[in-house]
Design a protein around this ligand. Structure first.
Ligand code: SF4
Ligand code: SF4
Length: 432
């Protein structure tokens, strides 16, 4: 692989067998390779451990998809998800594979807009567009999809998605009272039953204990990476940090954890010797808000091109995915399901009301990551994050934290305007 370019490998026969629109998908593949090369491979002082993650991108539509095809042959279910509330431990316990499906690309948005209203979240349009246009081998490979009722755009889209691929839905409570927690436990139990029915595999206590340990291990490795990013100078760029968090949603968890821990060993050496990817004087920015699904690298690219460095993502593709672990002391199924339910109820998505935990968590992460400013990122038409930004701004003003809120979509049209606002924000931090 050339140091400055990457080719995303082509597997037309496998794609054809999955029902992918190969001609259309070929064009998207080339665009993504070009975008990846310009965004990631041009960076200076990248850790050698990023080679593995570059490789996973070069094989994003090949080697990993082939693993899914093999799993399906041996009757292991491949389940697509769109939200960190869907418990992947239960899918893994049943011998299945959980794939966090992407919705971070502008490419299929016009396909979705032919059917869905235009004025809804781009993540929902992108994800739905991938399926109706048949331009995602992962979406074509999944046996079924598990959605949830976190927001209106998603829950109504699942009704339409069910016409394209079997789509099940979990009810996510929107408050955290005892009765809501009881409802969530029942939803988790129903989810387990459905996964068992679909896979033909009755989950034993040992299966679930092993799956909890495996996914906890992945979350621990991500926590370790995040702690390393809190050092000045930052040992790894925010773009690479985000990329790793995105890959966590589709890579094999055992392999991913091993490779990430190898990378963290390298970053520890960098921290010890004071070696960083950006000068110590670079403004350190924490991003907070809506998730950035692959290949949404827009904000990170702008911030780091302007000389800042992103040191934390308070997001579901970020700390909200890995900050909490499941207690591993549970010996029987009931206790493990209760512990799993507790862990998932700690997710502080803006769909909850009230959501004071998130306000406190953002300030805590800001301090722990040694950031110097918070950039609140909201996808267009995401009302819950957009409105919650009001309270976050107030909390930041009280704590004296520089705060900038931006709203964007996946199109390149607002890049110039975002650059101007972010440049002024970085300048404000430099002068403080
Ligand atoms: S932001 Fe909310 S709805 Fe979106 S993935 Fe996270 S928990 Fe799910
Ligand atoms: S970003 Fe907001 S609107 Fe979009 S899917 Fe997530 S919660 Fe729903």
């Amino acid at each position: 692989m050339d140091a400055k370019t990457i080719e995303i490998k082509s597997y037309p026969e496998m794609w054809e067998s999955l029902g992918v629109n190969v001609e259309r998908f070929e064009k998207m593949r080339c665009v993504m390779g070009d975008m990846y090369s310009k965004t990631f491979l041009m960076q200076d002082k990248r850790p050698a451990g990023m080679d593995y993650f570059d490789y996973t991108i070069s094989e994003i539509h090949g080697a990993r998809v082939a693993e899914l095809v093999e799993a399906k042959k041996s009757k292991r279910p491949v389940v697509g998800t769109f939200c960190v509330f869907v418990p992947e431990e239960i899918i893994v316990a049943a011998g299945g594979i959980c794939i966090g499906l992407c919705g971070g690309s502008q490419g299929p948005v016009p396909d979705a807009e032919r059917i869905l209203p235009r004025n809804i979240c781009p993540m929902v349009k992108s994800a739905y567009g991938f399926k109706v246009a048949k331009v995602c081998p992962y979406f074509q490979a999944v046996d079924f999809v598990y959605g949830e009722t976190t927001c209106d755009a998603k829950k109504k889209t699942w009704e339409l998605l069910d016409r394209e691929v079997p789509t099940y839905v979990m009810e996510i409570p929107q408050m955290k009272r005892e009765r809501d927690k009881a409802l969530w436990l029942e939803e988790v139990k129903d989810f387990k039953t459905t996964i068992e029915d679909k896979s033909g595999h009755a989950i034993s206590a040992d299966d679930l204990a092993n799956a909890i340990s495996l996914i906890n291990g992945k979350r621990r490795a991500l926590q370790r990476l995040n702690r390393l990013r809190s050092h000045t100078p930052a040992p790894i760029s925010g773009k690479d940090g985000l990329l790793i968090e995105q890959i966590a949603f589709y890579d094999d968890p055992t392999r991913f954890t091993q490779k990430l821990n190898d990378l963290c060993d390298e970053l520890e050496e960098r921290v010890k010797s004071g070696f960083g990817v950006a000068p110590s004087s670079s403004p350190r920015i924490m991003v907070s808000g809506t998730p950035m699904a692959l290949p949404n690298w827009k904000i990170h690219n702008i911030v780091e091109t302007l000389g800042g460095v992103i040191v934390n993502e308070e997001s579901c593709i970020g700390t909200r995915y890995f900050k909490d672990l499941i207690d591993e002391e549970g010996a029987d199924m009931d206790r493990m399901l209760a512990d799993l339910t507790d862990r998932y109820m700690k997710i502080d998505c803006s769909c909850f009301t009230p959501n004071n935990e998130r306000i406190d968590q953002v300030i805590r992460e800001y301090k722990e990551s040694n950031a110097q400013g918070i950039l609140h990122y909201c996808l267009q038409f995401c009302h819950t994050y957009n409105i919650e930004a009001v309270r976050l701004r107030e909390a930041c003003e009280k704590e004296g934290v520089p705060f900038l809120a931006v709203e964007s979509d996946y199109s390149p049209e607002d890049v110039g305007q975002l650059q101007t606002r972010i440049e002024a924000f970085l300048e404000q931090i430099r002068e403080a």
